[in-house]
Write a protein that binds this ligand. Sequence first.
Ligand SMILES: [Mn+2]
Length: 347
Amino acid sequence: MISQEQLQEIRDNLEMSQNPLFLFDNDVDGLCAFLILQRALGRGKGVAIKSFPDLKEQYLGKVDEFNSDSVFVLDKSDISPEFVDGCVERNVPITMVDHHPCETSKEVLEKISYYNSLPSAEPTTYIAQSVFKKKEDRWLAMIGCTGDVFTPDFAQDFEQENPELFNSSISAFEALHTTEIGKVVRMLNFGLMDTITNVVKLTKYLFTAKSVYDLLEENEYTKQFHKRYSELFEFYKKQVGKAVDGIDTDSPIIFFTYSGQMSMSSEIANRLYFLYPEKLTVVCYKRPDKVNVSIRGKRALEITKKSVDGIEDATGGGHVEATGARIPIDGFEEFKANVLSLVNSPQ
Ligand SMILES: [Mn+2]
């Protein structure tokens, strides 16, 4: 949990900046945290971070391009020393807001303002909403929090005003899979998997949107967004169907591998974990050189850490029950063997 004092510090850092650059994790929590801060402040530029596992030096190019006077890093656990040193040289302060276990070194942390909601780990969107507490942005906060499987304290109020959009009496995980807010989470996650031009158009539209209905409704601004969603939703349904067909009911694990059009392991894994909560779900998107993996289950973090250990250039981490990993193709068979042996061994 972030203290009132820390929230005030984040707010001060934002208000001192005339032209902030928001670098956010490329998912719904990161996106909504950015939108909430940008809307409340009324200024700033936003760019989704595509580098993995850390925020890399290449993003200094954005600081220069936008002539930013401060940087806010949202929902990302690791930031490279080269990026931080580049900002120090430019006299651009960095504020980092996150809820993952910190992967950034101590020397780097001393050069930036760092805030983390651990151990309670409320999503970055929730922290962002707590900074300005604007009621008109609550719908965005509902989307970002649900995207990270968290029910915020204002969910009941939101439901009272929008009973058709949310249900606060079920778990956040069920809400992600059964409510309209959950559907919008998927729509936005798929919307982020589009060309940079289309993502920029979408975030510009979201800067002025008034409610969930501005996204659900098809109009000239949301046309491309809806088109992208239905294309990717077809692919997603197909992969989930294949995974379900291949399930061994007696096995404690679903190990599903796919390739093609688009990497959406996180979305597929979320669905399978919802359908089979007792199993460990491992979803792997195979590229020629590496594999993107999403893992869900009660022992997800433990098994992820142990499985990547010792495999050269393999990385992985995240939350207790939801993680991601990247494995070089040469290490994939070893990774798979590690996962299978761990899932069958007691903790
Ligand atoms: Mn997050």
